[in-house]
Design a protein around this ligand. Structure first.
Ligand SMILES: [Ca+2]
Length: 146
């Protein structure tokens, strides 16, 4: 075995932050009801809420799980607040009575409040000691699994 001396000093390369911000997207779900999908980042203790704005738009807030700004993180027609904590927009043009909002909160002890919302919620808490409040519609709430 031959060992060679390095011609350069070893260095440590700092990699970019691997935390993926939250995203919101519309899934047309061919053959079924279309739905919005909120995907939380890992590992984040979410404090997520959904409600109507006085102007009739849907507002999804999460101070812990920031949205990135830009067209890739929210559907067309939606906007993100300046502090990146809230996404606001209309129901999709293809929204039906059986359409819903799906939230994947993923790991950690998350908090979700949908108590001021009247459309179907499908909330998956994921691992962690989650607290989930549904709204007035026929929601599907899943406290989590490991
Ligand atoms: Ca969780």
């Amino acid at each position: 075995m031959v060992f060679r001396k390095l011609n350069y000093p070893p260095t440590l390369e700092i990699l970019e932050d691997r935390t993926v911000p939250a995203t919101l997207s519309w899934d047309p779900n061919p053959g079924g009801a279309g739905f919005y999908l909120f995907e939380a980042a890992n590992p984040v203790e979410n404090g997520t809420s959904i409600a109507w704005t006085p102007g009739g738009l849907v507002s999804i807030g999460d101070a812990a799980d920031m949205f990135t700004s830009g067209p890739a993180s929210v559907p067309a027609g939606w906007t993100i607040s300046e502090d990146l904590s809230t996404a606001t927009g209309p129901l999709h043009a293809d929204w039906t009575l059986t359409s819903f909002f799906r939230f994947n909160l993923r790991d950690e002890a998350d908090y979700f409040d949908g108590s001021n919302f009247d459309r179907i919620l499908d909330v998956m808490g994921g691992p962690g000691n989650d607290i989930i409040y549904g709204g007035t519609a026929n929601d599907l709430l899943n406290g989590g699994f490991t």
